[in-house]
Write a protein that binds this ligand. Sequence first.
Ligand code: SF4
Length: 328
Amino acid sequence: MDLGARALYLAGMDKKPPLILYLAAPRGFCAGVDRAVQIVELALQKWGAPVYVRHEIVHNRFVVDGLRDKGAVFVEELDEVPGDRPVIFSAHGVPKSVPAEARRREMVFVDATCPLVSKVHIEAERHHAEGLQMVMIGHAGHPEVLGTMGQLPPGEVILVETVEDVAQVMPRDPDRLAWITQTTLSVDDTAQIVAALQARFPAIVGPAKDDICYATTNRQAAVKAIAPKIDALLVIGAPNSSNSKRLVEVGRSAGCDYAQLVMRAADIDWRALEGIRSVGVTAGASAPEVLVDEVIAAFADRYDLTVELVETAQERVEFKVPRVLREA
Ligand code: SF4
């Protein structure tokens, strides 16, 4: 083989297969997560390390590890926090008993509960004050559900996870009921559960549509827009992130059979992606953009990559940090 032919042969060997990467927008950090992370960073500036955080501030190991490196200490319960150090409550919200205990111990605490979760807490309290029993649509054991149910006395909130659960609801008075939802559910699945509740309890009252937040709704809509175009969908997010897991389910039900959750580029199963010509990438509300960049770079290493942005909405939502941290 002469030199020219050999150069052509090697160039052919190096040639990467073409791939279109559809990048969903909106994706990644929502205003509630952004605020919660800022609260921990500002608390570290104001009070110095260590600052304690009850529960993962947001469901993302990369974010949590970054804050830990700066001096945050993550604990599961308040009794693990020394009384002379500040403590932050996570974006998911906490049962009323937690700030009550912090007050009793005269601790410095900052509540990073997302304002859109607090709105659901207020809704539940308002209905309770009117004498209604609540039905909450959500996932058992999720911190947001524990926090919302913990706004009312035991027995006042009945949890349903599925349409089938609705048949098992045994309220005190079927005519005195209200419903609320977790903020990070599947929009379509929730609509079915609400319809089942309304069919069984015609007098039940609730929000105009649901309590699913703008960020969850927008990220799901963007996935629905790209799912029909792609051979595979990667959702960047943590296995305990509710809104990230819902994005995988939404991708599958919108027509993309291969939809996987990955925490970062190292988790991508390249063998499973062999032969694809297009891929969709999105990120859950607690996944930082740096992890999206990492995944795109990993694809660019292996493919002759074309990135196309699919933007279905623009977000301009911002939440202020609590006053006590503003001057920090
Ligand atoms: S996902 Fe929605 S409710 Fe949860 S922190 Fe973000 S904006 Fe708030």
